[in-house]
Design a protein around this ligand. Structure first.
Ligand code: SF4
Ligand code: SF4
Length: 353
């Protein structure tokens, strides 16, 4: 089902839903764009590309309390967090970040359901937005994502005129939302040719096609766990973890307990899940063994996880081409250069020059 909404009506709609939903939308503060819970429509910053920070943290926070515990007189009391049940709308998610959420779903909802993540997913309506122009670092089309892909969204907005959006109602949840607020929308006349606004840059970006072949990368990785390329590429890496923390698909975490022990030996504390990064030297370190003692092995892990292990396990890669790691790496390590290089090596290994 496709409808139209004017920018004025979108403003009225969001102002109305703010009275009963939490609304999370792109904002820009001090020249940094990110998703944030807003209190008025005017806080939203409609920019052409995805914000520097993805909405990942609204489903998988940098630090999540899993439960609190207390032990007194040999009695153990467990308390689960209870603050994750508000109805929410996330507005302005781009197709790459939506695809990333789909990847997190594989991790947190398959093979055992993560209750925290699942509750947050269930309570959230996702209103996406298609891209009219590619960002400088974007390469979604190289990993099979389309800039106007509405998959997994509940509703998707597409700019068709300066102050008019085409609204695609995608899911059942989206349909319910639409029927509740239908007075804000107008009919889309199928014969009227509502054409999405696309910049010349987007036309060129789509024409350019894929920069590498994911299948070739995967096959090359299968055979080249040990290869000199890893130490060459990772020589500059300082292990800061920026690439993984800003990545909308990276999901590694550590678990830690924070305890207070009293004189009578009773204690209380909290068990937390905290983001971790394969770029850190302590990642998966064991008391008697460090499985990845050097930075090149940690860097290799990042590429292997996205383009081999995840594909082996879920038949899809774990990179959505958002370009954040390319734009933010402080020493200029560019995942596209890495993948293009592997792509060439894969051809050479098959005797193609
Ligand atoms: S690896 Fe880089 S380009 Fe790919 S999804 Fe993560 S941050 Fe985006
Ligand atoms: S952002 Fe760059 S320097 Fe930092 S860990 Fe990632 S690849 Fe290494």
């Amino acid at each position: 089902m496709t409808k139209l909404i004017s920018r004025d009506n979108l403003k009225k709609l969001i102002s109305k839903v703010l009275t009963s939903f939490q609304v999370i939308a792109p904002v820009n503060e001090n020249n940094v764009s990110f998703f944030k819970r807003i209190s008025v429509y005017e806080q939203i910053k409609w920019e052409d590309n995805n914000p520097t920070k993805s909405p990942k943290e609204f489903f998988f926070a940098p630090s999540d309390d899993l439960f609190r515990y207390q032990m007194k007189n040999k009695n153990i009391l467990l308390r689960e967090p209870s603050n994750h049940h508000d109805q929410r709308i996330i507005l302005g998610i781009r197709p790459c970040d939506m695809a990333a959420l789909n990847i997190l779903d594989r991790v947190f909802l398959e093979d055992g359901k993560d209750l925290l993540y699942s509750a947050l997913r269930d309570n959230t309506l996702l209103i996406g937005q298609s891209c009219r122009t590619p960002g400088k670092y974007c390469f979604c089309s190289s990993v099979g994502i389309n800039p106007d892909d509405s998959q997994n969204m509940d509703l998707m907005l597409t700019d068709i005129e300066k102050n008019l959006f085409l609204v695609k109602v995608v899911s059942e949840k989206g349909e319910k939302f639409f029927s509740h607020f239908s007075s804000f929308f107008q009919e889309a006349d199928a014969t009227n040719g509502h054409t999405p606004v696309q910049t010349k840059e987007m036309v060129d970006y789509l024409k350019r096609g894929a920069l590498f072949n994911v299948q070739n990368i995967n096959e090359w990785l299968n055979e080249n766990f040990e290869h000199p390329i890893w130490s060459e590429i990772a020589a500059k890496c300082i292990g800061c973890g920026v690439c993984t923390f800003f990545c909308p698909t990276c999901h590694c975490f550590d678990i830690s307990d924070e305890n207070v022990v009293y004189r009578d030996s009773s204690f209380q504390g909290v068990r937390r899940r905290i983001w971790d990064s394969c770029s850190f030297d302590h990642f998966t370190k064991m008391p008697m063994h460090q499985p990845r003692p050097t930075q090149d092995r940690r860097f290799r892990q990042r590429i292997m996880h996205k383009f081999k292990y995840f594909i082996d396990r879920f038949q899809q890669g774990a990179c959505v081409g958002c370009g954040r790691c390319r734009s933010l790496c402080p020493v200029g390590i560019d995942i596209i250069e890495v993948l293009e290089r592997i792509h060439c090596l894969s051809y050479q290994s098959h005797g193609v020059k």
